[in-house]
Write a protein that binds this ligand. Structure first.
Ligand code: ASP
Length: 585
């Protein structure tokens, strides 16, 4: 079918041109004998005007009909600032009704009034909304740029199995029963981790894949059961080499998609320092207000609350915000109290305001003049400044203030929009204690290399073993994880042992992988970049479903196809599966 251009591409400079357009009717209005139709295609919306002679031909046309229109681009008397094409309209000279449509069950517009569940049920209509179409195209551009840049750098795109053996990334597996081997199961990959490492052993040197990953995790608002990673692995490099590849990739992606110039190299902060300064391993660097450790100011305090916290090895930590104390009434501060107490188990939130050169507030009385003066000097406090203080264990104080820092910055409008602050967080702890399983588990995954200097603590002090794992953080989001991997079979076996996997168990689970290590494994490392996260940031949305064509709901249901669905007993029979009585629907 003939068309000369996309509807959304027309501008004032096209005035006078004859065009042929195709599109869906987004809106129609009658004004006396004139009919105005907003015609939508993938590139956007343009207004088409049908005069008296043409109006008759579209009298039955309704929303979502498909029309082909021939006409002339004309400058409008009054521009419509809401449309990118708002300075022009197209005067229709010929029209063909290409197809009719029933009344749509949802409102197909960017300011749609239809609730999300109904839109998800009719996702194919929801996807007609220009904002969603733009995001789909943005996602495509990200992938194309990734392919181009990685190809230029010598990376080879290789697909790894979807029907695979379970790879441990810390979540539950989605299992697929085998028909040929009843009683055996495939696992959908949580990531291509083992396969990409095997590709390094296979000598492929530089691999990438835009890989679908599946994790059966507990329901959470920002999760989808399947998601995509730009998965990268390379041999013979170290952190510097891998960070360089990712930085170049990000620069190209930001330039190609939103025309933004990123800085050449990204900041690096080790995990422990990051927690100390920001109370988080994914800090938003678009604003300062770092956590301040005031403990040394209170070494000799007689204020009982601070005294006992310090004596028990805790911290007196603070957040300082300038020139906003008047915005924090007692009532507002009470809400912040609830936030740190209920969300982070902090015992209390103390506060001090600077008023006429002196400190007032919840702990102004019990603190000595010298202590208050020390606070003023350390933080360089001025009138109308406020400081929030938490006296607690290091863990609680950091977590609570880390979250409070973000909340206050948002409330106070300190978060700069349209700015992208990247940060590498390095030297993550190798292990974390799982209360649930009552043992140390790998914080990233068990193939992560350990810092040379911490090797002797592997069994004696696992808590303080640092790894060569890193994250890339952008504006408070974790954009990717990765690590330099272990390439030494003995060390790999020891790490399994440290997380309580006997050699027998480890061999049973990844014997093939351990075997492969024996035949010349190159030093290697890589990353998995969360594609959805990246697109969310670029598109400026915090709804993950906006960046996935056919997403599931927060409760892991596809409302459109109604998957997961009940299947026939006959299908189960060939798989050798019997449902428990109470699972039958
Ligand atoms: N497989 C890791 C993940 O999914 C990424 C990596 O270490 O390359 O987080």
């Amino acid at each position: 079918m003939e068309r000369t251009c996309g509807n959304g591409t027309l501008r004032k400079s096209d005035a006078g041109k004859k065009v042929t357009l195709i599109g869906w009717v987004a809106k129609r209005r009658n004004l006396g004998s004139l009919v105005f139709i907003d015609l939508r295609d993938r590139s956007g919306i343009v207004q088409v005007t049908f005069d008296e002679t043409m109006a008759e031909k579209v009298k039955d046309v309704r929303n979502e009909y498909i029309l082909q229109v021939k006409g002339t681009v004309t400058e409008r008397g009054q521009a419509n600032p809401k449309l990118e094409t708002g300075e022009i309209e197209v005067l229709a000279e010929e029209v063909t009704i290409v197809n009719r449509a029933e009344t749509a069950p949802i409102d197909i517009s960017d300011d749609t009034a239809t609730n999300e569940d109904t839109r998800l049920k009719y996702r194919y209509l929801d996807l007609r909304r220009p904002s969603l179409q733009k995001i789909m195209m943005l996602r495509h551009r990200v992938c194309m740029t990734a392919r181009r840049v990685l190809d230029e750098k010598g990376f080879v795109e290789i697909e790894t199995p979807i029907l695979a053996r379970s790879t441990p990334e810390g979540a539950r597996d989605y299992l697929v029963p085998s028909r040929i081997y009843n009683g055996r199961f495939w696992a959908l990959p949580q990531s291509p981790q083992i396969y990409k490492q095997l590709l390094m052993i296979a000598g492929m040197e530089k691999y990438f894949q835009i890989a679908r990953c599946f994790r059966d995790e507990d329901l959470r608002a920002d999760r989808q059961p399947e998601f995509t990673q730009i998965d990268i692995e390379m041999s013979f490099g170290d952190e510097d080499t891998i960070f360089g590849v990712v930085e170049d990739l990000m620069k190209a992606i930001f330039k190609d998609t939103i025309g933004y110039d990123l800085e050449d190299r990204f900041v690096r902060i080790p995990y422990a320092e990051c927690i100390r300064r920001f109370g988080s391993d994914k800090p938003d660097l678009r604003f300062g207000n770092e956590i301040q450790d005031l403990t040394p100011l209170f070494e000799n305090t007689e204020f009982q609350v601070f005294r006992s916290v310090i004596d028990n090895g805790g911290l007196i930590s603070a957040l300082h915000f300038e020139n906003c104390a008047d915005k924090y009434s007692r009532k507002t501060i009470d809400k912040l109290q609830d936030f740190v107490k209920h969300g982070f188990k902090a015992k209390a939130l103390a506060w001090l305001k600077m008023e006429n050169g002196a400190l007032a507030g919840s702990v102004a009385k019990p603190l000595s003049e010298t202590e208050k003066q020390a606070v003023i000097e350390k933080l360089n406090m001025k009138d109308n400044d406020i400081v929030f203080i938490i006296a607690d264990s290091m863990k609680v104080a950091n977590a609570a203030l880390g979250a409070l820092r973000v909340r206050l910055a948002k409330e106070l409008g300190l978060v700069e929009e349209g700015v992208y602050k990247f940060l590498w967080v390095t030297d993550f702890p190798m292990f974390e204690y799982s209360e649930e399983e009552d043992r140390w588990v790998a914080a990233h995954h068990p193939f992560t290399a350990i810092k040379e200097e911490d090797l002797d603590k592997l069994f004696s002090d696992p808590e303080h073993v640092s790894s060569r794992a890193y994250d890339l953080v952008l504006n408070g989001y974790e954009l990717l994880s990765g690590s330099i991997r272990i390439h030494d079979q003995d060390l790999q076996e020891k790490v399994f042992e440290a997380i309580g996997l006997t050699m027998e168990k480890a061999k049973e689970r990844f014997g093939f992988f351990l075997d492969a290590f024996r035949y010349g494994t190159p030093p290697h490392g890589g990353v998995g970049i969360g594609l959805e996260r990246l697109v969310m940031v670029l598109a400026g949305t915090d709804n993950i479903r906006d960046v996935v064509a056919f997403p599931t709901t927060n409760s892991s249901l596809d409302l459109m196809s109604e998957a997961p669905n009940v299947v026939d007993q006959a299908q189960l029979d060939i798989l050798g599966i019997k449902l428990a009585e109470d699972n039958k629907e």
